[in-house]
Design a protein around this ligand. Structure first.
Ligand SMILES: [Zn+2]
Length: 468
């Protein structure tokens, strides 16, 4: 039988333990309180507010409401269970259990008992395997029940299983050398190891950002160059107009996964690419799995029967251009660069604190490590637990920053003359994605990285951004 491994309350480790556990419950309750407030909005706002006239149809509003309620209920149950599991892991010393299992694994593979690098790699592999398995029922339920019910899921069970396995293997192949490098640097780096640690993570990040689009992303989804035509010409023209160094223009087959739509740009310096989800493009959206012939047939039928058939989703060419005007606004206004700088400064701070704390033994004893002080375990404890309050504040500030950037990018698209098309694109995308347009003020301030659609439309109309 496993027993609780709670440290004595009078000791330092006891105090740290209580602090960490208390904070994790406090944030959990706070999140649940916000979710409760938002659920209240879903339940109470049965009638669409008057300002939605001309923006959202009644039937779409009802569908969005039902979808939001289902998602919110799902997160409530899932959140409760995972919080209980996390508390259990702390109370019953889950980390040392995994750590010693990883030690046995690496010993079995022929490494010496006290070699920390292979043990850490085995630990990561073991922990993520268990994590994937534990999360599997939730992921299955969400994809095949919640998303399916509301018409978003496009994954077949076969695709789902293959995708999960591929993700697991790829992430292990990537993380093994990275984790080995991190542990080596912590062990061998001397007094200023945190600086090397920072340099190493920065290099690794830049490396994966460079190879990701060509070598990793295609393992999971199909990317095809956007065929020449009016859309391609106009996108290239838009890029020229604002001096965006566009080198590649792809459509990704997002419809194999879900009916949700999106667009983004990616890349370094003079080598940038734009990726459009096929679900964003009106002309690409498959109405069924039988391909285009059937699609056209159905379209004519729909026209004949007076739109009784399934409605076409996605945006028209001018609307796609407006969406890209917004996305490229993020580039022109350096939002991406600012984001990277913030995260790098933050990482330096975290590593610096880790550098001064990582030999502090009560920290390890808090989590049941009495004999050994594995470097990577220390890093997890500092980044995840010691920094938890800081992470919450930082996350809140970043969410505010992101909302601010969204208004700016909208204003940029407007300055290019896409205001009206952007409004109609936002309306369509909100409709296609069944976004619920009404928000509780606290929930919105804490969670929304994108401002609510009504605020964005109002700002586009006013021509001046409003911060919430
Ligand atoms: Zn944006």
């Amino acid at each position: 039988m496993i027993s609780m491994v709670v440290p004595e309350l009078g000791t330092w480790e006891g105090k740290i333990f209580v602090g960490i556990l208390g904070f994790s419950w406090a944030t959990y309750m706070w999140e649940e309180y916000l979710a409760y407030r938002q659920r209240h909005v879903y339940r109470e706002k049965v009638e669409p507010p008057s300002e939605l006239k001309g923006i959202m149809e009644r039937t779409t509003y009802d569908k969005a409401r039902a979808y939001s309620i289902d998602k919110s209920n799902f997160s409530m149950v899932e959140g409760f269970c995972s919080h209980i599991v996390n508390t259990g892991v702390m109370l019953y010393g889950g980390l040392p259990v995994f750590w010693s299992a990883a030690g046995k694994m690496s010993e079995w593979l022929g490494f010496s008992v006290d070699s920390e690098i292979p043990q850490t790699v085995a630990f990561i592999c073991l922990a993520s395997a268990v994590n994937t398995v534990v999360n599997l029922p939730w992921s299955v339920y969400f994809t095949f029940k919640v998303e399916q019910k509301h018409g978003f899921n496009k994954q077949t069970p076969g695709f789902f299983v293959k995708d999960k396995i591929k993700k697991f293997i790829v992430s292990q192949v990537i993380s093994a050398p990275v984790v080995a490098g991190l542990v080596y640097i912590i062990k061998a780096g001397g007094d200023y190891f945190f600086l090397y640690l920072w340099g190493f993570t920065t290099a690794v990040m830049l490396f994966f950002m460079t190879v990701y689009p060509d070598y990793i992303a295609p393992l999971f989804d199909k990317y095809t160059p956007l065929p020449s035509g009016p859309l391609r010409d106009q996108i290239e023209e838009l890029a020229r107009q604002i001096h965006f160094p566009l080198t590649k223009l792809y459509v990704v087959e997002g419809s194999k996964r879900s009916a949700h739509s999106n667009a983004y740009f990616y890349g370094f310096f003079k080598n940038k690419r734009i990726v459009l989800y096929d679900t964003l493009l009106e002309d690409y959206t498959p109405l069924n799995e039988d391909g285009e012939a059937k699609q056209n047939e159905e379209e004519t039928k729909a026209a004949a029967e007076g739109e009784k058939e399934k409605k076409k989703t996605g945006c028209s060419t001018p609307e796609v251009l407006a969406v890209l005007g917004h996305e490229l606004g993020h580039w022109k206004l350096n939002h991406v660069l600012k984001g990277i700088i913030i995260s790098q400064v933050n990482l330096l701070l975290v590593f610096g604190v880790f550098g001064s704390l990582y030999k502090y033994s009560p920290l390890y004893r808090t989590f049941g490590f009495h004999q050994s002080q594995p470097a990577f375990i220390g890093l997890i404890i500092v980044m995840q637990y010691v920094f938890a309050p800081y992470n919450e504040v930082l996350q809140f500030l970043l969410t505010m920053f992101s909302r601010h950037n969204e208004f700016q990018a909208d204003a940029f698209a407007k300055s290019l003359g896409h205001s009206e098309q952007l409004t109609s694109a936002l309306v369509k995308l909100n409709e296609d994605n069944l976004g619920f347009p009404v928000y509780d003020s606290l929930f919105s301030a804490w969670h929304l990285s994108h401002p609510p659609i009504l605020e964005r439309i109002r700002a586009l109309e006013d021509g001046e951004k409003k911060e919430k």
